[in-house]
Design a binder for this molecule. Sequence first.
Ligand code: PMV
Length: 364
Amino acid sequence: MAYHNPKLTLDPAHQQNGTIRWSSPSNIALLKYWGKHGQQLPRNPSLSFTLSAAATDTTLTYGPKQHLEAEIDLVFRFDGQPRESFAERTAGFFRSLLPIFPFLKQLHLEIDTSNSFPHSAGIASSASGMSALALCLCSLEHRLFGNLAADEEFDRKASYVARLGSGSACRSIYGYGALWGKTGEIESSTDEYAIPMEALMHPVFKSYHNDILIISHSEKSVSSRAGHGLMENNIYAASRYQQARQRMQDLLQILRIGDVERLGILAEAEALTLHALMLQSAPPYILLEPNTVAAIQAIHDFRANTKVPLYFTLDAGPNLHLLYPEESALAVREFVRAELLRFTAEQHYIADRVGAGPAELVAE
Ligand code: PMV
């Protein structure tokens, strides 16, 4: 399999220690990944904007192995506090990565991670979290073996590794926008990792807003993992995957020419398709809240009355992502304050926008 490399082991005579730190953002899919097979491979191509405010900051400290009996010798802290459940999940992930990074079993590893957004915000942190972790691991490989300088190959490997952690995380490696999944229009596209979209994006989208209206803080009743699984027996699955391919053709054109209206129409259709697929699963389920629907209605009314190109999208949850261009920012801010905050949980609203992607930081 790609990236397997049994040669990446350390000479025990050379003790290694150091610290690596990355901040990596979340992303919001305009064209949704929903349905997977094999080792986290997508059933259809997806495309997202990379965000900036919603990000995970992860520090990886490494040194000589301390607990020799453990296959993966790992300590995990979230917001400075040990988190046993995260430690176990991460150790399991690292174990699955041993064919790619065999040196992980030779080191003591400490991970300190925190999110820029509140833990209970109802925002998925797997894309930012897994991408930050993948970037740390690729930097560690380069630190130890000098073979993976920060270039396209580094990004591809980081995206590949992030994908194995959480599918959508592979798109967070690139600033502005990313495409994941083989699509006929773009030669270099692949199911294995995401590729950057910045060069194919009209400038209007590089400063696009994506504000997040927190409708509910509650944990989702059905996880994304279970949701992907339910696609396997969804009777609409095949036509959904075909629809996604067709929409990708449209979306690539829209991104290139900078058509904000068509982008919004497509993003809303995709959001509602995603939730329609959940409504159509066996068993069916609903992640939308009454206030999600009320806010959607208000957005539609606002758009009809003002012609401001404010559109929404949704993740696999009840929270609304507001998409609009910089030139509409004042009008939208006023509308959110006057009409939308009442639909949120405790006035919770995160003003986010398209951003430049992950950054390697100096460890403290
Ligand atoms: O990366 P996962 O397995 O959590 O799946 C995420 C799927 C959606 O967020 C609903 C859509 C997407 O493309 O990000």
